[in-house]
Design a protein around this ligand. Structure first.
Ligand code: IDP
Ligand code: MG
Length: 161
């Protein structure tokens, strides 16, 4: 990466949110914060995806329910890049339980129960690297252009005389 202040994180819009038509609203929040989408796909997670993704939760009471839920239908898998994106994107999501989440967070605004809490975000640099590799090949990730809304206009916007 060009600048070490920039991190990458894995974000998923879960099947409940895709099903309810919340994809655009959720992506929009991250884009407006300035985070760059450097990878994105709609995919139906396989059992293998789910088991790898949630390996840390094996044996917990909610594990089977979680695996069933995440394999219910398509998710939007994303890699976001930005300054402190791991921590900030999780703050934007709110706490795991939407009932405890702060007003204005994604989980407060769009969810009611922790079993169906609309988004996932990596919780550390190590988790991000591990989770990105589960869902993306290296060639599926792209370089973010300069973080500047006028980049393409300045570069291509010269009218031919
Ligand atoms: P996180 O998504 O906020 O990082 P984790 O503890 O990593 O939360 O749990 C992964 C997912 O498992 C949560 O997003 C939630 O959907 C589900 N989950 C976590 N704890 C519980 C629980 O106590 N009951 C039911 N589902 C849970
Ligand atoms: Mg987690």
């Amino acid at each position: 990466m060009a600048d070490e202040r920039f991190e990458r994180t894995f974000v998923a819009i879960k099947p409940d949110a895709v099903n309810r038509g919340l994809v655009g609203d959720i992506i929009s929040r991250f884009e407006k914060r300035g985070f760059k989408i450097i990878g994105m796909k709609l995919l139906h997670p396989t059992l293998e995806h789910a088991q790898k993704h949630y390996a840390e939760h094996v044996g917990k009471p909610f594990y089977n329910n979680l695996i069933n839920f995440i394999t219910e239908g398509p998710i939007v898998a994303m890699v976001l890049e930005g300054v402190n994106v791991i921590d900030i994107s999780r703050k934007m999501m709110g706490t795991t339980d939407p009932q405890q989440a702060a007003p204005g967070t994604i989980r407060f605004d769009y969810a009611q129960i922790k079993e169906c809490n609309v988004v996932h975000g990596s919780d550390s640099v190590e988790s991000a690297e591990r989770e990105i590799a589960i869902y993306f090949k290296p060639e599926e990730l792209f370089d973010a252009k300069e973080n500047d809304e006028d980049y393409f206009i300045r570069k291509y916007g010269h009218v031919e005389e």
